[in-house]
Design a protein around this ligand. Structure first.
Ligand code: ZN
Length: 244
């Protein structure tokens, strides 16, 4: 069975649809989504509807929570705050209710799914090996799948000596996980921040027991045009061209 793991769609419908095309082509059986479906982008309702329809497991992110009023927008920078306030006005009640009902943490088999980190599911960024090393005691499965940083990453706690380090993985090429526990971040579909503007996601093949990190192009200029027409901050539209 192939599982597509994705995060941080951020109301970017063109990016999400491009990833779903890959799902069709590569025989993916199920989709897990690690939060921040909305915020920043111009299509919150369409993205929530697609995720609700297509994803087997979903957890909420900080932007989802801000939009439904579970987090204070004062904690966001001004562009993010503008986008949250705009999204609040757009979001249909049925999609609001879907986001409000999501559990912050899901567990299935040897996976824990959450947005930020096992220590703080909604807010904490696992940005380096030091922060990753502090997470192992806060979840009890072999692997934790998370998002939030918008940067694809893999941290491993080695079985031999218990040390945590960042694992350099290949792109577009299946690889087995090294022995030990793992924190896996598939990157962001709708607003990548690693210098590569293409939508980022990962696929787990449980028969081969391999992971593959993928990137896919999408028509960025369509998303940008919609954002500017909606009156969303120009900077948020511009950054999509560069992946920062
Ligand atoms: Zn995000």
């Amino acid at each position: 069975m192939k599982t597509l793991v994705c995060s941080d769609i951020h109301a970017n419908l063109e990016a999400l649809e491009s990833v779903l095309d890959v799902v069709e082509e590569s025989g993916v059986d199920r989709i897990w989504c690690l939060g921040d479906i909305v915020g920043y982008g111009p299509d919150p309702n369409a993205c929530v509807a697609l995720v609700q329809q297509k994803a087997e497991l979903v957890v909420p992110g900080n932007h989802d929570w801000a939009v439904i009023g579970q987090l204070d927008v004062a904690d966001f920078n001004s562009d993010a705050r503008s986008a949250v306030l705009w999204t609040r006005e757009q979001l249909m009640p049925i999609h609001h209710d879907f986001l409000a009902a999501l559990p912050v943490r899901q567990k299935l088999g040897h996976f824990t799914l959450l947005h930020g980190s096992p220590t703080h599911e909604i807010w904490e960024y696992i940005a380096n090996a030091h922060i990753a090393a502090a997470q192992w005691q806060h979840f009890d499965t072999a692997i934790c799948l998370h998002g939030h940083t918008h940067v694809p990453a893999l941290f491993i706690r080695r079985e031999s000596d218990g040390r945590t380090s960042r694992f350099a993985f290949p792109q577009e090429k299946p690889f087995p996980l090294p022995a030990g526990r793992a924190l896996i971040n598939p990157g962001s579909i709708g607003q990548p921040r690693d210098g590569d503007p293409r939508a980022s996601f990962a696929i787990w093949d449980d028969e081969a027991n391999t992971w593959t990190f993928h990137r896919v192009r999408y028509p960025i200029e369509i998303t940008q045009r919609k954002m500017l027409q909606a009156g969303l901050p120009t900077r948020l539209a511009l950054r999509l061209s560069y992946g920062w």
